[in-house]
Ligand binder design. Structure first.
Ligand SMILES: [Zn+2]
Length: 134
């Protein structure tokens, strides 16, 4: 399994830099901005940016780094994109340890509300389910 920091050194550095900016040099700690999960114990159906309920989004198929890049393109801060992706992979049962990414091609459905999609110039569609068609 590839390590996240080895695969995307610039993002790892950006995360550390953001934490240093927020909390002081060397005292960095990235805090979760997530509220309590919904009734189903997950954020499924919530916009990845504003966390409001939404039934729109888009799909990405590619390696793990493509999923992380898509989250950043959608407006998720770089410092949170990896953990957001890892949470999704773990929701799918991949059991990705902190600092790692899953190997191979990943399918990800990224829920994104129309307002946030418009903000970054992405097109979203109505999600019939949160699974990609086989
Ligand atoms: Zn949103």
């Amino acid at each position: 399994m590839d390590t996240y920091s080895a695969m995307i050194p610039s993002l790892g550095r950006a995360t550390a830099d953001a934490a240093d900016t927020l909390f002081g040099k060397g005292r960095g700690k990235v805090m979760s901005r997530f509220p309590r999960p919904g009734l189903r114990g997950s954020y499924s159906g919530s916009c990845v940016v504003c966390l409001r309920g939404t039934d729109t989004g888009f799909a990405v198929r590619g390696d793990a780094e493509a999923v992380i890049a898509a989250l950043i393109a959608a407006g998720v801060p770089e410092s949170e994109a990896y953990e957001t992706a890892r949470a999704k992979w773990n929701e799918q049962g991949l059991e990705v340890a902190k600092g790692n990414v899953p190997g191979g091609v990943q399918d990800a459905v990224i829920t994104l509300c129309k307002d946030d999609a418009d903000r970054v110039g992405l097109h979203v569609g109505l999600l019939a389910s949160h699974e990609l068609p086989g």
